[in-house]
Design a protein around this ligand. Structure first.
Ligand SMILES: Cc1cc2ncn([C@H]3O[C@H](COP(=O)(O)O)[C@@H](O)[C@H]3O)c2cc1C
Ligand SMILES: O=C(O)c1cccnc1
Length: 349
């Protein structure tokens, strides 16, 4: 399956399963809707999987790793080599995401979709880093399509392997700049509003980052109605692959948890390609990056967590897993009003 046919395989969630799931929540002997957004997320998962019997035992984190040519403009605090170092650390358990995955019992899939050197990650390279978007389009349209297809194929692979839920993550120095560029075009907002300090920038470098993004967008004039045009001109392999992963996840009915600003930007691109894809996305946290809230609003999603996190690698998305597990335990194990002989007041209208 590739991008040309994926949208026709994305259908609406199962309303019947959602209704039955909501009914079960309402029958549990506790104040109605008192687990709030956590109840809503379990209901959403019922709609995604088509069953009110929820299984979240097998969990994955998919980290799309890639380099960005625009790093040579000094828009990140770190050098390009850090992408490969941290990505490799995901394999030996020394990256934040891998420590968290081990703690949570989730399997980590670190995918090389465009790191600038050879790596020992899962190989789905569409190139060795993008070009510098300040000088030329970051990718050709064909390269962007290839990265989207790599993301789609990961979703199909996870579904075949029996995963019940997947968190999204990325590693790529400079990808907050590409995300700001893509988000500013898709949301039609100025770069100043969409740009933050990423992995840590002082005021002067932040001003430079905003200028670089503004200039790149002005130079290439990406067509906001064509997300592939936007991704190819001012995006990155990681963003394109994540976009594909969201689309593929929707097609195979796999609940996919959005991480922070970068994953959120890819989620928005996926929604612009296929609006129904958003029904298969679960929000996790509101990143510290300044446009995180705007992105979630554009997706029509409301995050459970606001911890001031801005780490990437899928770390915010992973934090949702224990909350979902706990909510699911309550959903499955608690007594109902009937079982404890408590009558519920049912309003007449
Ligand atoms: C050591 C280190 C580990 C990271 N893990 C995730 N990121 C995060 O920071 C990068 C984006 O920030 P910027 O656009 O400012 O470069 C991404 O790789 C992201 O996942 C890291 C960044 C660093 C430096
Ligand atoms: O919100 C994010 O995704 C993020 C923010 C800063 C650095 N890396 C990722």
């Amino acid at each position: 399956m590739d991008i040309t046919e994926i949208s026709s395989h994305i259908t609406k969630p199962d309303e019947g399963a959602m209704k039955r799931c909501r009914k079960r929540w309402d029958s549990i002997a506790k104040p109605l809707h008192s687990l709030g957004k956590l109840e809503d997320l379990i209901v959403k998962i019922a709609g995604i999987t088509g069953s009110e019997r929820i299984n979240l035992t097998k969990k994955a984190l998919v980290c799309m790793c890639a380099d960005n040519g625009v790093v040579e403009e000094g828009i990140s605090q770190s050098g390009q080599e850090v992408t490969a170092i941290v990505s490799e650390n995901m394999l030996n358990g020394r990256a934040t995401s891998s420590v968290m995955c081990r703690h949570l019992g989730a399997d980590l899939f670190a995918v090389d979709v465009g790191v600038a050197c050879e790596t020992s990650l899962i190989q789905k390279k569409s190139g060795f880093g993008t070009r510098n978007m300040l000088r030329e389009p970051a990718m050709s349209r064909e390269e962007a399509v290839s990265a989207v297809n790599a993301g789609i194929s990961m979703a199909f692979e996870l579904s075949r392997k029996g995963y019940c839920i997947a968190a999204t993550g990325e590693m790529g120095i400079g990808n907050t700049a590409t995300s700001s560029a893509v988000a500013s075009v898709l949301l039609d907002r100025p770069a100043e509003e969409m740009t933050g300090r990423g992995a840590g920038l002082d005021d002067q470098r932040l001003r430079c980052k905003i200028q670089v993004i503004t200039q790149a967008v002005n130079l290439h004039q990406p067509d906001r109605k064509d997300p592939l045009d936007v991704l190819s001109k001012v995006g990155g392999f990681d963003l394109a692959a994540l976009t594909g992963f969201f689309l593929g996840g929707a097609a195979v009915r796999l609940p996919i948890v959005i991480d922070g600003f970068i994953s959120g930007t890819a989620a928005l691109a996926a929604m612009k390609i296929c609006p129904d894809a958003v029904h298969y996305m679960l929000p996790s946290h509101k990143s510290k990056e300044p446009a995180a809230g705007l992105l979630l609003d554009a997706l029509g999603l409301d995050a459970c967590l606001d911890c001031g996190m801005s780490l990437g690698e899928g770390t915010g998305a992973l934090m949702l897993f224990p909350l979902l597990d706990t909510a699911l335990d309550v959903y499955e194990k608690m007594s109902t009003f009937d079982e404890i002989n408590v009558e519920q007041y049912v309003p007449l209208s």
